[in-house]
Ligand binder design. Structure first.
Ligand code: SF4
Ligand code: SF4
Length: 286
């Protein structure tokens, strides 16, 4: 079972929810946490695992042999990302725009294009008992998050319970991380910004055909708009976490919520059970 934990915007408590779920379950289940928030992976600030395995992630970019090239321009025509250009008798490659799709080398009539790897990030792994953490980390200054997320997701073990910490927002990296999961938990806060970003995230998840539910964090800072929206849209609110100075203090010290306030373990176990029920009901319905 693969559960993604997403939020339309950063700073809503997504990692707090993902790590609390993991730590509530790992006494009884073999569990993986995949930190796909590759620009700022911070789940391990709360998990404190030794990451003792790592591998580089490369994107294959084209290398043109101009001795073979006839400057026909087919490579530039086929590239959807404007990552290769043919200007008179010169072929220019823009590595930071290249998605490594391979179309240019496949379609070059002169077989003038080979590929070479460009490092865009790393995947790090560590485990302790029942718990394995796999985290992606984008190279500094790099914008190409999806290849790193894809590499992290290759470690999914379908026999385990897998929790994915999704990047914030609603763009390509979010789709890459959420796609193929059994359920998406959307973490939001009860403010107008929270509602705006939640509604965008719901659109994405619905387009992907993935059942979802909501966790409202910091209940007490805003109004009832998020509650009313979820009610209107038929989206279950599965957990409410109050605005609580003690929770914020635990997080800032790197202490997991369920260790600092053990009563939350029961809440997260109930949350997991609710998610399982929703997944089972959605499978019956399809
Ligand atoms: S498709 Fe091949 S032959 Fe044509 S311009 Fe590009 S590299 Fe050169
Ligand atoms: S590999 Fe794909 S994205 Fe990169 S230059 Fe070739 S066609 Fe463009």
């Amino acid at each position: 079972m693969v559960i993604s934990v997403a939020s339309g915007k950063g700073g809503t408590g997504k990692t707090l929810v993902a790590t609390s779920l993991v730590l509530s379950l790992n006494d009884n289940y073999k569990i993986q946490l995949l930190d796909c928030d590759v620009e700022e992976p911070n789940a391990n600030i709360l998990l404190h695992l030794a990451l003792n395995q790592s591998q580089q992630v490369y994107v294959p970019i084209p290398k043109v042999d101009e001795a073979k090239c006839n400057y026909c321009g087919k490579c530039a025509e086929v590239c959807a990302y404007n990552a290769i250009a043919v200007i008179k008798e010169k072929v220019l490659v823009f590595p930071e725009l290249c998605h490594g799709c391979g179309a240019c080398s496949y379609l070059c009539p002169e077989s003038a294009i080979t590929e070479e790897g460009r490092e865009v990030g790393i995947v790090e792994r560590g485990n302790s008992g029942n718990l394995e953490l796999v985290q992606g980390r984008l190279a500094i200054g790099e914008a190409m998050a999806p290849p790193v997320i894809r590499e992290v997701k290759k470690y999914i073990d379908p026999a385990d319970i897998v929790i994915i910490d999704v990047p914030p927002g609603t763009s390509c990296p979010v789709v890459e991380a959420v796609e193929g999961t059994d359920f998406c938990l959307l973490v939001t806060e009860p403010t107008p910004f929270g509602l705006n970003d939640l509604s965008l995230a719901v659109e994405v998840v619905r387009k992907l055909g993935i059942p979802c539910g909501v966790v409202i964090n910091r209940v007490g800072i805003g109004g009832e708009e998020v509650e009313r929206y979820c009610h209107r849209e038929g989206i279950p609110i599965l957990l409410r976490i109050p605005l609580d100075r003690n929770i914020a203090m635990l997080y800032s010290r790197g202490t997991p919520l369920i260790e600092g306030m053990p009563r939350w373990r029961e809440e997260f176990l109930k949350l997991f059970q609710d998610i399982k029920n929703i997944i089972a009901a959605s499978r019956v319905a399809t």
